[in-house]
Write a protein that binds this ligand. Sequence first.
Ligand code: IPE
Ligand code: IPE
Ligand code: MG
Length: 237
Amino acid sequence: MSVAPPRHIAIIMDGNGRWARARGLPRHFGHRKGVEALRRTIEAAADLGIANLTLFGFSTENWRRPASEVQELLGLMRRYLSSHVAELCENGIRLRVIGERQGFSRDLAGLIERAEELTRNNRRLVLTVALNYGARRELTLAVTRLVEEAAATGKAPLIDEAAISARLFTHDLPDPDLVIRSSGEQRLSNFLLWQSAYAELVFVDTLWPDFGRADLEYALSEYGRRDRRYGAVVTGE
Ligand code: IPE
Ligand code: IPE
Ligand code: MG
């Protein structure tokens, strides 16, 4: 039985620190190399005809890292958004950022907005980057909004799955069909918990700075072998 190709792939980009450590380098070298892997992967995904790619770049828990590492990561986001928007446009890629951007400085929030605006008409691939993103926070915000909206109308909130989905950061994206995590770790680390309810999970040992087209193709071939049942019984059994 052949599975339809994934409409949405989400990737937990992990292993930058270990990549650097294996070379006796400080962790930030890994993060810098990680940006190259990100550019490679975006290009490969577009080339492979993937319509939606979501990348986990910075979690709500990553603020717990040493201040110098957090600064390095914020600096990389600034640099990427300042210098690679033209590249995204050349490749037909629309960029969107999910997560709580109030957590960022005004200049970084401005760069995010500018990149979204400049790429908004690109149609080849929708690239969503999760920054200051945590799935529990996202769900908490969605339910809070639902309750507040109802309170404003004086009615009891109508709470169902569609009402929650419509208030998530990903309200206009299909659920991910495939979630990939690099670096050998096998956990979701608070990424797209609601949306990944029926995603196929593929874990690869490659550390993120080494990730590229071959890993993506491997994950796609693994996905192609899966039997997606959604709780039902496969007909003919
Ligand atoms: C992924 O690499 C990048 C971010 C989480 C921001 P890590 O920095 O988590 O690398 P490891 O897991 O320590 O190797
Ligand atoms: C998950 O990686 C977050 C991102 C990839 C942005 P972490 O390295 O922060 O996750 P844990 O701490 O190993 O679970
Ligand atoms: Mg990690």
